[in-house]
Every structure is written in structure tokens, then in C-alpha cells.
Design a protein around this ligand. Structure first.
Ligand code: PMP
Length: 356
């Protein structure tokens, strides 16, 4: 059976070689006579998988030694709560930049925990762009500034990151590993795995050690970053199969040439679709303003809702899956994460031209 042209927003396409590798070892991993799913999480065989996922991630993202890599469950959505629970004290304020529905949700959870302020927002223009920041508005009371590096629903992406005196916290769920990063600019980065990292079930948290050094014994054990850092994310049973696939995806990223090579590919892929939009005489209209366009999620509309529906129906018949915009905004969205092959994107761009 041929593979689908998968433009799902997440869970999303995984590299075919990763799936084949997992399939090959499904019944007998490393001579154990069982799958990774059936291994004890305390076994040596699993421990190797776990530690090598961490060390591969450290290598690819060049994560300095003063940062911890944690594997947490609960999705990026639980991080909306864990970040303020662990990093926001009573006399401090969590600052938020609103660039879409996910940053709104992050703010909403932080409001339940402590003081918050909105530093900037592009809600009034329906989240078409990433705002310019007036960093003078970040007061002494700031515990951190929270941003969403890529806005999966609106198709916008931060092109660069500010240098701050306070910890910069980024939800990178939909663009981690899509480009090289200067980790030292960040206090904490989190990402649900199900776009660029692997399957759903594991959330990666990269955090500067000194931010989580204070004991916070009042917190529930499983909501305290220290529980994860002190126990190498093995306090309880981690999502072992998801972490195994994460390790295979990271090996694939290395084989692809690392993050600089992936960034070049991602720019090339996105250009096919943005060109199809820009050269359509207004038939396809991009949602994001040009300077904020995402290389991961390309969002666009057609002249009328009927046109959009017809386009999506026709695309589906041609085997293009997952092009519906998020249910909250409508329109179309092509998610072109790392594992979506260039050829699939070229075919979609061709289809857009032919359809027009
Ligand atoms: N943040 C962003 C940017 C997302 O795209 C998503 C999911 N699409 C989430 C957070 C929520 O992630 P999860 O479903 O893992 O909680």
C-alpha cells in the first residue's frame, strides 16, 4: 500500500524509515524476545533507549550542560500549568505574548496559579502576525516571558527570539527541531512530541537547571519538575514506546544532516506552497502576514466558503489528507513538518495550481 500524502497538524507524518525500523524490531528488540513496549522501564535495554534519546537531543540541539532534558506526560497542555506552578512565585508575575489559541490557553492556566500580564497580543488582527515587543514593559516583577514559537492554527512563526534578562519560556510544540536554536536564550522550552519529535504520549521539557533548584514540596509530586530531574524522568513509568520512537526520529534527523539541513529543506518546502498562494492572483489568500509566515503550517483561504469546501473535497479525492483548517478558524492548512517529504509538498503545490 502506498503512503498517504499526510498534511495532518498533529499527530502528523513520521519518517517512513522510522516506522520500518520500529516494525522490524517490534517482536524482538535487541535480542530480548520482546518489543520495547514489553520491556521493564528499569531494564538495561530500555535504559539505553531512554538515555540515548536524551543524548541525541542534546547533541542535535546543542543543549548546554546546565540544562536538563525531561520526559513528561500530559502533553504540552499540562506544561501550561506546570510552568507557572514551578516558576511563578507569589510576588512575581508571568508575562505572556498572545499569538494564538495555544498561547491563550497557556495564559488561562497561569491565571489560575498566580499573577499574569499580557506583554503583547495580535488577537485584534486575528493572529495574523507575531508582534514587535516593547521589552521596557517587562517589569522587575517578571518571573518569565512565555511565547509560542510556532502557531499551529494560524500559521505564524517567530523568526527570531529576543534577548531577555528574565527567563524566556517557549512552547515549541509545532516547530522544535525544524531549525537550529540558541538554547542559551531560553529558560525553558517544552514541546508535545506529536509533530516533529515522534508520536503523542511524551512531552519534552528542556530547562535551565538553576530555574528548578528550589524545593517546591507543596507541589503534587508529578507536577514538580524536580521529580523528573532527580529521577532522570524515571520516577514513574515513562511512555517507553513513545520515547523509543523519539530516539529513532532523532537518529533520522542526524542522518538527514542535522538541524541546519532540515531548516534548508523546510524553507524549500514552504516556498512551494507560499509561491502557489502568491502567484494565484488572489485566488488563494494566505492568512499569515508575509514576515510572520510559518515554515511548518501554511494557512490559506479561497474566495468563498463553498470554494474552500470544494477544494478540500477535490484534494481529498487526490489523496491529500489533513488540509482542513483548525475547527476554530476554518479555511485550509497544510502542515509540512520535518517528516513530510518534499515530493508530497511539490504535488500539493501542483494540485493547487491545477485546481485554480
Ligand atoms: N501548543 C501548540 C503550539 C500546539 O500546536 C498544541 C497541539 N496542537 C498544543 C500546545 C497542545 O498540545 P497537546 O495536545 O500535546 O496538549
Amino acid at each position: 500500500m502506498s503512503r498517504a500524502f499526510n498534511f495532518n497538524a498533529g499527530p502528523a507524518a513520521l519518517p517512513e524509515v522510522v516506522l520500518l525500523e520500529a516494525q522490524k524490531h517490534l517482536l524482538n528488540f535487541n535480542g530480548t524476545g520482546m518489543s520495547v513496549m514489553e520491556l521493564s522501564h528499569r531494564s538495561k535495554d530500555y535504559e539505553e533507549v531512554h538515555n540515548s534519546a536524551q543524548s541525541q537531543l542534546r547533541k542535535l540541539l546543542q543543549i548546554p550542560d546546565n540544562y536538563e532534558i525531561l520526559f513528561v506526560q500530559g502533553g504540552a497542555s499540562l506544561q501550561f500549568s506546570m510552568v507557572p506552578m514551578n516558576l511563578l512565585s507569589e510576588d512575581k508575575t508571568g508575562y505572556y505574548v498572545l499569538t494564538g489559541a495555544w498561547s491563550e490557553k497557556a495564559l488561562k492556566e497561569a491565571q489560575k496559579v498566580g499573577n499574569t500580564k499580557i506583554l503583547a497580543s495580535t488577537k485584534e488582527e486575528n493572529y495574523r502576525s507575531i508582534p514587535q515587543l516593547d521589552l521596557d514593559l517587562l517589569q522587575e516583577d517578571a518571573a518569565y516571558l512565555h511565547i509560542t514559537s510556532n502557531n499551529t492554527i494560524y500559521g505564524t512563526q517567530w523568526q527570531s527570539f529576543p534577548d531577555l534578562k528574565v527567563p524566556l519560556i517557549a512552547d515549541m510544540s509545532s516547530d522544535i527541531l525544524s531549525r537550529p536554536l540558541d538554547i542559551s536564550k531560553f529558560g525553558l522550552i517544552y514541546a508535545g512530541a506529536q509533530k516533529n519529535l515522534g508520536p503523542s504520549g511524551v512531552t519534552v521539557v528542556i530547562v535551565k537547571k538553576d530555574l528548578i533548584s528550589e524545593p517546591l514540596d507543596h507541589l503534587p509530586t508529578m507536577l514538580n519538575y524536580q521529580t523528573f530531574s532527580k529521577n532522570n524522568s524515571l520516577y514513574n513509568t515513562p511512555p517507553t514506546f513513545a520515547i523509543y520512537l523519539l530516539k529513532l526520529v532523532l537518529d533520522w534527523v542526524e542522518n538527514e544532516g542535522g538541524l541546519a539541513a532540515l531548516e534548508r529543506k523546510n524553507i524549500e518546502k514552504a516556498k512551494y506552497l507560499y509561491d502557489a498562494i502568491d502567484e494565484s492572483d488572489g485566488f488563494f489568500k494566505g492568512h499569515a502576514s508575509k514576515e510572520s509566515r510559518s515554515n511548518m503550517n501554511v494557512t490559506f483561504t479561497l474566495p468563498t466558503e463553498d470554494d474552500t469546501k470544494n477544494f478540500l473535497d477535490a484534494a481529498k479525492k487526490q489523496g491529500f489528507i489533513g488540509l482542513n483548517g483548525h475547527r476554530s478558524v476554518g479555511g485550509c492548512r497544510a502542515s509540512i513538518y520535518n517528516a513530510v517529504p518534499l515530493e508530497h509538498v511539490q504535488r500539493l503545490a501542483e494540485f493547487m495550481k491545477t485546481y485554480r
